[in-house]
Design a protein around this ligand. Structure first.
Ligand code: NAD
Length: 476
């Protein structure tokens, strides 16, 4: 069920001289050996990507779209096999993995359509002159995708690059390689020319520091923590290479006094625990009007505590283990720090069991501003619920972190919504839903949450450059 793990370079699958273990986070058993690319593998990938770029950038947008749609159809056909391998390596419940596979296919489908709509424009000019603006693929993309969504994270970057006419070298997450392997297989079977998509694995720092300074690389596309994003941005800037950065979030949820308290609380508790809270848009800091605070908190805590935690392959499980062992001490420290500074641990707060990286669904209440979790994203199944006296206070709290990716609110008051649209500092604001993005909507952050957008009609902009052409009919 779990795929054979290989590098995909110049249209061929290959092993490497060194490898690392991929582990099932629910059982801690070895799932496979992941090949780590050497410098010579990376040189081959760069050469292949340069050749791939020459072919693909000259392929018509309609033909590029056809290939992408064929690959998306294969991903849909292979949904069950892909989903099972993702649950094994990541731990997420199988139904959530199945949905993610379809979301991955949708990213390719949307961007395939956009490939044919990267319109330029004509600027009025004097008689005998023509001014035109052309959007052209930027070149070879070096992309780095994280472990929290093994299918949809690599899909977003590959889709953007291929729709724009770029070639790509993707370093997918070493803990969760299966999604990217399945994408590469689908594109191989769909007839993508060799070298357009290259897939490597290995030590992230070694690979990024080797690839980013290379001449053919014209865009660095990264999803992950703000600290690593900043480091890669500095590296890219030394070579005047563009960046697309989807970085951390620490999403606020403003719960107003007019809302349906029970429904909002249940929805918040369920959504917080999705993917074990390992989502950059995960709703984390709940600022609840003091008049409904007790009712909201008790309902939320009850539903969070009732979350069915277990092996994602088992029916009925709502939350799997954390995706890797690094997260367990990180989350424990967040909880201990908040408790020491006066927060109430209303439920959870500890590792669950001795095998697998399970962590209890956790709710912290009345968390003081100086607690570490009020400034740093937990990236796990931990929610904070604090009372606020007014919308002013809620908005100030929402904006009090360096991040600005997703933000949410529960209210039906038009005046409140109007103010939040103007004042909440995020790239994605959702009212009365805790969904933040779709393939057709632009996704990305402000402040330390990054630069650029993926998805929507804006999604291909980072992958393209703008060329202005001035054509004079006579030499002047
Ligand atoms: P991390 O910061 O070490 O790594 C985050 C991601 O960046 C991983 O996928 C990793 O492979 C990659 N990475 C790390 N160093 C790199 C380098 N020098 N060059 C290229 N890629 C590199 O932390 P972690 O323990 O893996 O994850 C924890 C933190 O990462 C979380 O707190 C969260 O903020 C962030 N994260 C964010 C997302 C997201 O969707 N925005 C996804 C995963 C992790």
């Amino acid at each position: 069920m779990y795929p054979d793990l290989k590098l995909f370079i110049a249209g061929k699958w290959r092993k490497a001289t060194s490898d690392m273990t991929v582990v099932n986070p629910a059982t801690e058993e070895e799932l496979g050996r992941l090949p780590c690319a050497s410098k010579s593998d990376l040189d081959d990938a760069l050469e292949a990507a340069e050749k791939g770029f020459r072919i693909w950038s000259r392929t018509s947008p309609r033909d590029r779209a056809d290939t992408m749609l064929r690959a998306a159809a294969l991903i849909r056909e292979r949904q069950e096999e892909i989903a099972q391998s993702m649950t094994l390596e990541h731990g997420k419940p199988l139904p959530q993995a199945r949905l993610e596979v379809i979301r991955g296919a949708e990213f390719f489908e949307w961007d395939a359509g956009e490939a044919m709509r990267t319109y330029g424009r004509v600027i009025p000019a004097a008689h005998g002159h023509k001014f035109s603006v052309h959007h052209q693929p930027i070149g070879v993309v070096a992309a780095f995708s994280p472990w929290n969504f093994p299918m949809s994270q690599p899909a977003r970057k590959i889709a953007g690059a291929l729709a724009s006419g770029c070639s790509i070298i993707l370093k997918a997450a070493e803990e969760t390689p299966a999604g990217a392997i399945h994408i590469a297989r689908a594109f191989e079977d769909a007839g993508l020319p060799a070298g357009v998509l290259n897939l490597v694995f290995g030590d992230p720092a070694e690979i990024s520091s080797y690839l980013i300074p290379q001449d053919p690389v014209r865009l660095v596309a990264f999803t992950g923590s703000t600290a690593i994003g900043r480091h890669l941005t500095i590296l890219a800037s030394e070579h005047m290479t563009s960046v697309l950065m989807e970085l951390g979030g620490h999403a606020p949820v403003i719960v107003c006094e007019d809302t349906d308290v029970q429904t909002a609380a249940v929805s918040g508790a369920i959504r917080k625990m999705r993917n074990g809270g390992q989502v950059c848009t995960s709703p984390t800091r709940f600022f609840v009007h003091e008049s409904i605070f007790d009712e909201f908190t008790s309902t939320f805590v009850k539903r969070a505590a009732a979350t069915v935690v277990g092996n994602g392959m088992e029916a009925g499980v709502e939350m799997g283990p954390l995706a890797n062992d690094r997260r367990v001490p990180v989350l424990t420290n967040f909880v201990e720090d908040a408790r020491a500074k006066g927060a109430t641990v209303a439920t959870g707060g500890e590792r669950l069991g001795n095998t697998g990286y399970f962590f209890q669904p956790t709710v912290l209440v009345n968390v003081p501003e100086n607690a570490q979790i009020m400034q740093e994203e937990p990236f796990g199944p931990v929610a904070v619920i604090n009372p606020v006296a007014s919308l002013d206070e809620a908005i100030a709290q929402a904006n009090s972190v360096p991040f600005g990716l997703a933000g949410y609110a529960f209210t039906n008051r038009a005046d409140y919504i109007d103010r939040m649209i103007d004042e909440v500092e995020v790239g994605n604001l959702s009212i009365n839903t805790l969904e933040a993005s779709m393939p057709e909507t632009p996704f990305g952050g402000v402040k330390s949450s990054g630069y650029g957008r993926e998805g929507g009609t804006e999604g291909l902009e980072n992958y393209m450059t703008i060329k202005h052409v001035w054509h004079s009919a006579k030499i002047s």
